[in-house]
Design a protein. Sequence first.
Length: 237
Amino acid sequence: MTTDLAVRPATPEMFLQAAVENGMGPEGLRELTELYKDWERMRATKAFAEAMKAAQEEMPIVVQDALNTQTKSRYALQETIQKKCKPIALKCGFSLSYGEQDVPEPGWKKTICDVTHVEGHTKQYELKLPIDGIGPKGNPIGGMNAVQGCISTTSYGQRRLFCMIFNITIAGEDTDGTAYISADEIEEINKLFDLYDADLPLFLQWAGGIEHIGHLPAPKFREAVALIKQKPLRTKP
């Protein structure tokens, strides 16, 4: 005799229902309920980890598209990061909620972010930063008033925390003591790749086994341009 009914795997809900139908007492039901809650927590935590891995693998490299006129350094706008990366986080089932917490050290503030997955698990991340425009003795510096300093720190904290959570690479950013090529230089190299039909894996291997163009050390930029123009990276006849 055959049947079209699929065999369903046993779940904690099925055990609870069976226990009730078989007259299990309150104490036994409480123990089963706690076991069910533990199972739900483990399932949600696993789903969170799997979704985070998928999101991080899909996150793009973000270029620095703004200039800090005070420090003469480039950075990626919050709007740019959100536009490129937030849709991926949402697609993978994440929602983010930012907030702040007091810290005992004067002149500092802590940005927090609760990351919640659709399966129910939430993890809180935090980042403590000195408030912009406040010197080590609490005196204003850099032409910022207290409100401007707090707003600037909040914006930076949220941007930095988002990148930390999803392991987002900012092209040209100095993260390990090495100065990388700028966004304009990345664009120039990409154009040369198209023009000279160069092979990207061979180039990355030549550059020291880097993972992407954005991790090319700045001192090697001119050498890289010359290499591509000499056409030694072509794989096509």
